[in-house]
Design a protein around this ligand. Structure first.
Ligand code: CUA
Length: 330
């Protein structure tokens, strides 16, 4: 009884978890839809088998139960040819019903689209953040993946360190990113919106914090974002404090972080960091949170590659002002 209560309570609580930006059960694009359709197909066949077996089982239990006055072992029956054939053929047919669409959808989803038909995006997994390169646009960014709606996105995926897995549940997936290997698959978002992405492979201490966002915008807005992104790299700091921040950045940070095409690539490219959904994928993008990150990155995301630079409070303020000002105007 207690187990039953637990199951009912859990079901009720979890049924509230549906989030169209994070659920494979609320598909937001053609890939996620076909995968969801396959899930529904196999679950309904399995449920059908379960109920048929349950009904036969119950019928046999009642119909052939031991009755009063009945003694000894009942008549032993084995090797009924008709039944044997029946319960071999039915599962075989059910497997074919599942296999044909599964195989054909698998091939359709593994198709590689050239740049005439799909936007090409290179994804590189890092402990514990995501790098996105648009080779045909000359853009490198991180954490926020901008894509146009209604267009196929062809991903080429690899890793800079260990195995990660690139997963956007509401758009479909997932796909491993392996060091030294390239995987590929495509996805598409039909509606504009922000979709949540996760790393789905245990990759170290902060695996659970390795989040990213997919920002799907209309093709027009995407074109504008592309142009603005390139223009933003040249923007000068707006205030004196930001200018101080830029100087600190160019001394202490630029070895690992780039703004535009200037700088290292060990850490995320920060060209539009002030406009990103989150800082480090998890903190709200607000000045106090940015300061929290800069004061001690390891406290926020244990095991990440950014050291504590032991910045003075004044330096943190200047850097926050500079970094929050790095935006791509929309
Ligand atoms: Cu990267 Cu888990």
């Amino acid at each position: 009884m207690r187990l039953l209560l637990f199951v009912v309570a859990t079901t009720l609580v979890l049924s509230g978890c549906g989030d169209p930006t994070l659920s494979a059960l609320l598909p937001q694009g053609p890939v996620a839809e076909s995968q969801y359709w396959l899930m529904k197909l196999s679950v309904s066949i399995m449920l059908g088998v379960f109920f048929v077996v349950l009904v036969i089982f119950t019928y046999v239990l009642i119909r052939y139960r031991k009755r009063p006055g009945q003694d000894g072992i009942p008549k032993q029956v084995e090797g009924n040819h008709k039944l044997e054939i029946l319960w071999t053929v039915i599962p075989f047919l059910l497997l074919i019903v599942m296999a044909v669409p599964t195989v054909s959808i698998n091939f359709a989803l593994a198709k590689q689209y050239p740049k005439e038909e799909a936007l090409q995006v290179k994804v590189i997994g890092h402990q514990f953040w995501w790098e996105f390169q648009y080779p045909d646009l000359g853009i490198t960014t991180a954490q926020d993946l901008y894509i146009p709606t209604g267009k196929k996105i062809q991903f080429d995926l690899t890793s800079a360190d260990v195995i990660h897995s690139f997963w956007i549940p509401s758009l479909g997936g997932k796909m491993d990113t392996n060091p030294g290997l390239n995987n590929s698959f495509w996805l598409q978002a039909d509606k504009a919106g922000v979709y949540k992405g996760k790393c789905a492979e245990l990759c170290g201490a902060s695996h659970a914090l390795m989040e990213f966002k997919v920002v799907a915008v209309t093709p027009d807005e995407f074109g504008k974002w592309t142009n603005d992104y390139k223009a933003a790299t040249a923007a000068a700091p707006a205030t004196d404090l930001a200018k101080q921040g830029q100087e600190i950045f160019q001394k202490s940070c630029i070895g690992c972080h780039a703004v535009g095409s200037q700088g290292g690539n060990l850490g995320p490219n920060l060209t539009d960091v002030g406009a990103r959904e989150r800082i480090a994928g998890i903190l709200e993008n607000k000045p106090d949170q940015m300061a929290k990150w800069l004061r001690d990155p390891q406290a926020v995301k244990p095991g990440n590659k950014m050291p504590n630079l032991n910045l003075e409070p004044g330096q943190v303020d200047a850097l926050v002002e500079y970094l929050e000002g790095l935006k791509v105007k929309q």
